[in-house]
Each structure stands twice: as structure tokens, then as C-alpha cells.
Design a protein around this ligand. Structure first.
Ligand SMILES: [Zn+2]
Length: 384
């Protein structure tokens, strides 16, 4: 009897302990939400929730206003992370996160116009990825203006075998238009599509009037030194480089002396350029665009023509780039004054390769993903 009483006592104690001492792995806050970030792309916006471990979650979409929320079970939100961000793009207004109750973290996505969304959970490190898809509408199309240099009574540089720069660059521009038009997200304009003269200042004016996102001027290089060869891409700025000044003087159809004066900042026109260069982001974006185009030209063409020389990205005061409100560059595709490069420039294949490389450079520039951004400010209201 005594034994049975003792056994009953142990059993009672055991049951009491089991009922009242919680199992550690079910404790609130077992999984930490360590970070929330988003990335914007033209077709979708990606939200990534980073966690210290796998977590069970439920998700629900609610209307008026349209929003999507996730309740992460047995989890807690890291005090250090920021818990509210304004995304403000076509798909997503904002992302909010907070500790909904002692064991639930709630993440709310305030939606704009979306067509679909997808949720994926990845491991190592554990993260929940939410892709929000939107409709890419016509107005969101990127407008690209391609400028074939010279034309009409202005032949541009003339090669030793009488190849005209104006004809070569028009053909490259037409080929480039054909390639870029295959992308439904682009709208392409040419400053000229035939052998016509267009004054330099009218060319950027065309781009500005079209409200273009990019302006790319195509030229062929020339030098009294017949062995000079290679490819270079320019953006608008002052320069101390004598060779760059010579190129700009030739393209501007002015003397080298006048070009040198301009670079000494002695002319009225420089005030215009100064205010123009300070335009938000335009200079940085022009540098990026120039590098994407130059890199593609050199790497693609070097494969088939191993003499191709990379003269790099440079800057000079080109009239044709003055006043452009968008990132703008001038490409010198090869030297028409060099007999070997003139021969290449006369070939349909080589012009096609040049157009393909410039097109690839533009597309790479257009697709570059913006930096990921972290949630910015703590906000208490986490009700969905
Ligand atoms: Zn030219």
C-alpha cells in the first residue's frame, strides 16, 4: 500500500510538472526576424524577410485598402531592425512589421495595383521571399533617342578610301533601332533616319521634347595619325586631355584653339553647362551608361577582331550633348581615318556587331537593379 501511495505521489508530481513547465522550443521568440528588405524591378517588387530559423506562417490578402499580411508563429522581431518603409512604386506602397502578440510577428504589405504575387521560402539562411507582380504599362516605357552624327551637307570624317562617317553612323543607328525595338519596354526615336542635316543643338532638343530617358550619339573617330585606332565613349564635361579636346573640336566643327578656350572656362556657355552638369544624378548616370556601352563594345568586338583597342570612357565638351536633360553619351565606334578600321566600318557585319554591342550595353544599363533598402522607421500600428 505504502509503495502504491508513493507511486501515485510521483505520478501526480510528474503530471503537474508536465502541465506547468513549458517545453523550451515552444517558447515565444524562438525564431528571430532579423531583417526586412525590398528590391524594385520593372516587372516586380521583391520583399525578403530574413529569419534565424524555419517558421510556420499564415498569410491573407485583405481589401479596402488592398494589403497582404503574414503572421509568423513563435517568432519575435529583432529590436535592432527598422520596421516601416515607404516603397512607393507602382506595385507596393509600404512594408510594415511588428510584434503582434507575445509569440507572433506580423508583416503587412500595403499594395498598389498588382496582378499576382508569389511566396517562396528559402534556407541557409532562412528567408521568406514575396514577389509582387505589377502590370508594366505603356507610360512606363523607356524612351531612347539614338543620334546618328552629321548628315546632309556635313559628311563628318572621311576615310582614306572615301567612306563617309555620316553614312556609317546612320546605318549603325538604324540597326540599333531595329534591335532595341524588339524590347516591348523601349520606345525608340532617331534624330535622323535618312541623309539629312540636323544642327547639333536640335539633336538634344529632340530628346528633351520626347522626354527621353537616354540619349546616345553615334560617331566615327578620325585623326591625322593614320595608325590611331580603337573605341571610346564620351560624356559631357571639362577636360584637360588634349586628345579628347581634339575629338570634341572636330565633332563640334570648331578650332582646337576655341576648344581650349572653352575648357579654360572663359566662355559664357559654360554657365549653362555648369547648371546642366549639376542636374540631379545625370552626370553619374551618364558615366554608368558610358561604361556599360564601352565595356560591351570592347569585349564583344575583341572576340572577332583582336586588334580592337579600348580607349576607355572619357569626357569632353561636345555641343551635341549640351542641354540634354537625361543621361547622355557620345560613342566613337572606331577610327574611319585608319585604313584597317575604315575597311571594317564599310562591312555590314561589323556595323551589325557594333549595333548589337551598343544595344547590349543600353539594356544592361536599363536592367541594373537599384540598391536594396532596409525598413526605415519604427511604427507601432501593425494592424493589417
Ligand atoms: Zn562625328
Amino acid at each position: 500500500m505504502k509503495f502504491l501511495t508513493r507511486l501515485a505521489g510521483f505520478l501526480f508530481l510528474f503530471i503537474v510538472l508536465t502541465l506547468f513547465v513549458p517545453f523550451p522550443s515552444f517558447a515565444a521568440g524562438a525564431v528571430d526576424v532579423t531583417d526586412i528588405r525590398y528590391w524594385s524591378y520593372p516587372e516586380y517588387t521583391r520583399v525578403v524577410i530574413s529569419l534565424t530559423d524555419q517558421v510556420e506562417f499564415t498569410q491573407k490578402r485583405l481589401s479596402n485598402p488592398d494589403r497582404l499580411y503574414f503572421d509568423l508563429r513563435q517568432s519575435s522581431i529583432n529590436r535592432e531592425i527598422k520596421k516601416n518603409i515607404s516603397v512607393s512604386n507602382e506595385m507596393l506602397k509600404s512594408v510594415r512589421a511588428g510584434q503582434f502578440d507575445s509569440s507572433t510577428v506580423r508583416v503587412v504589405l500595403d499594395l498598389e495595383k498588382i496582378t499576382d504575387y508569389k511566396i517562396v521560402t528559402l534556407e541557409d539562411p532562412v528567408r521568406i521571399i514575396i514577389d509582387i507582380y505589377g502590370k508594366v504599362t505603356f507610360s512606363e516605357k523607356k524612351r531612347i533617342v539614338i543620334d546618328a552624327g552629321h548628315g546632309g551637307h556635313d559628311p563628318g570624317a572621311v576615310g582614306p578610301n572615301k567612306l563617309y562617317e555620316k553614312d556609317v553612323v546612320l546605318d549603325i543607328a538604324l540597326k540599333l533601332r531595329e534591335l532595341l525595338q524588339k524590347n516591348p519596354n523601349y520606345e525608340i526615336f532617331l534624330t535622323r533616319d535618312k541623309d539629312a542635316f540636323i544642327p547639333l543643338e536640335q539633336r538634344t532638343a529632340i530628346a528633351n521634347s520626347k522626354n527621353a530617358d537616354l540619349f546616345v550619339s553615334i560617331h566615327a573617330n578620325a585623326s591625322p595619325n593614320r595608325t590611331a585606332k580603337g573605341i571610346e565613349t564620351y560624356m559631357l564635361n571639362w577636360t584637360n586631355d588634349e586628345e579628347a579636346m581634339k575629338v570634341a573640336a572636330r565633332e563640334n566643327a570648331i578650332s582646337l584653339k576655341k576648344m581650349r578656350q572653352m575648357n579654360k572656362k572663359e566662355m559664357d556657355i559654360l554657365d549653362i553647362i555648369k547648371s546642366d552638369l549639376s542636374r540631379e544624378n545625370k552626370r553619374d548616370e551618364s558615366i554608368k551608361l558610358a561604361h556599360y556601352i564601352q565595356k560591351n563594345l570592347v569585349s564583344d568586338l575583341h572576340r572577332d577582331n583582336n586588334h580592337i583597342v579600348d580607349l576607355g570612357v572619357k569626357q569632353a565638351l561636345f555641343y551635341v550633348l549640351f542641354g540634354a536633360k537625361m543621361p547622355s553619351v557620345l560613342v566613337e565606334v572606331s577610327f574611319i581615318s585608319n585604313p584597317l578600321e575604315e575597311k571594317l566600318l564599310s562591312k555590314d557585319d561589323y556595323r551589325g556587331e557594333l549595333a548589337r554591342s551598343i544595344s547590349a550595353g543600353i539594356t544592361k544599363y536599363m536592367l541594373k537593379a537599384p540598391e536594396g533598402q532596409t525598413v526605415a522607421r519604427i511604427r507601432e500600428d501593425i494592424a493589417p
